[in-house]
Design a protein around this ligand. Structure first.
Ligand code: IPM
Ligand code: MN
Length: 349
């Protein structure tokens, strides 16, 4: 890593810029002065409506020169749904080969889950969602054509490349955690082509990790267990679309999307990784300082961890945990910027 960490900041639409401003504030309070350099990029609905541009190649090339990207959210009622999601969010994942989409699902002490009586210790998992393949490939621009058989074959190819890599990554993650347990979530009995590939890959990779317990769970059952017995999950590895659905439910049971962090990672660092809250642009409360910046701040902690700033990541997480513990009464009435200020102060100590 270069001496100065270069971070590209894309606030985006709606509440995106507000929450990302707090993430940047906390990063700057945590990381040694002059150690990071941020560059803001004007991308999202406003630029699209003004110029028709979503992610010009020249900007993509500039982004490639950064160590990481902090992304708020995109989406605006004036832009047809899907255009910015495909052209910006997914394009970044595809172009920078961010084949691991990492999403912790953890209940912090003091946070209330909608699951009655859920204890903090019962919800602590890491979802390793494949980030660049599966059903999302079509969204990247390759329209599938042909007979059902040909399309099925094409789908098989679509899930051929990332599976091995993301499975290996998930085993490494599981091996580094106390419980050392990995669950493959899929629908192998029905989606036989892609499903077989995932299952065979799990079995083949497992032999290299004798300490990790590897299991398989159907996706529909996994959603039920997530609500009825979430303690059985440690690390989950899953397909792109299943992971999208699973982590949305996970975010809610862990206290809401205001707290859910996410990272789209290129593990080899052949391109920058993107750190973004799971939530969307929430245009209804944009500009009102009502959004919770915690998910964006926790995503910044994941950024630090990815870049090897391990103690900085831990300090941000601890500051957030302390803040969450005290969120009662008037604490809930803070503005977006006040939450960012308070967490920054805690990081400084
Ligand atoms: C997410 C989002 C994206 C996805 C959209 C914006 C393309 O829902 O990051 O979870 O489907 O992955
Ligand atoms: Mn989603």
């Amino acid at each position: 890593m270069a001496d100065v960490t270069r971070i590209a900041v894309i606030g985006g639409d709606g509440i995106g810029p507000e929450v990302i401003a707090q993430a940047v504030k906390v990063l700057k309070a945590t990381v040694a002065e002059n150690a990071i350099e941020t560059t803001s990029y004007d991308l999202g609905s406003q630029r699209y409506l003004r110029t028709g541009e979503i992610l010009p190649d020249s900007v993509l090339a500039e982004l490639a020169g950064h160590d990481a990207i902090l992304l708020g959210a995109v989406g605006d009622p004036a832009v047809p749904s899907g255009i910015l999601e495909r052209g910006l969010v997914l394009r970044l994942r595809f172009e920078f080969d961010q084949y691991v989409n990492l999403r912790p699902i953890r209940l912090f002490p003091g946070v209330e889950s909608p699951l009655a009586g859920l204890r903090t210790s019962a919800l602590d998992m890491m979802v390793v969602r494949e980030g660049t393949e599966g059903s999302y490939i079509e969204a990247g621009g390759t329209l599938r054509r042909g007979t059902p058989h040909e399309i099925t074959m094409q789908e098989n190819i679509n899930t051929a490349f990332g599976v091995g890599r993301v499975t290996k990554y998930a085993f490494d993650r599981a091996a580094s955690r106390p419980r050392k347990k990995l669950t493959l979530v899929h629908k192998t009995n029905v989606l036989s082509h892609a499903g077989d590939l995932w299952r065979r890959t799990l079995e083949a990779t497992a032999s290299g990790y004798p300490d990790v317990t590897a299991e398989y769970c159907h996706v529909d059952a996994a959603l039920m267990y997530l609500v009825t017995q979430p303690q059985q999950f440690d690390v989950i590895v899953t397909d792109n679309l299943f992971g999208d659905v699973l982590t949305a439910l996970g975010a809610v049971i862990a206290g809401g999307i205001g707290l859910a962090a996410s990272a789209s990672i290129n593990p080899e660092r052949s391109g920058p990784s993107t750190f973004e809250p799971v939530h969307g642009s929430a245009p209804d409360i944009a500009g009102m300082q009502e959004a919770d910046p915690t998910a964006a701040i926790l995503s910044a902690a994941m950024l630090c961890e990815h870049l090897g700033l391990t103690s900085e990541a831990a300090r941000i997480e601890q500051a957030v945990a302390d803040d969450l513990l005290e969120r009662q009464g008037e604490w809930a009435a803070r503005s977006t910027a006040e939450v960012g200020d308070d967490i920054s102060e805690r990081v400084v100590g």
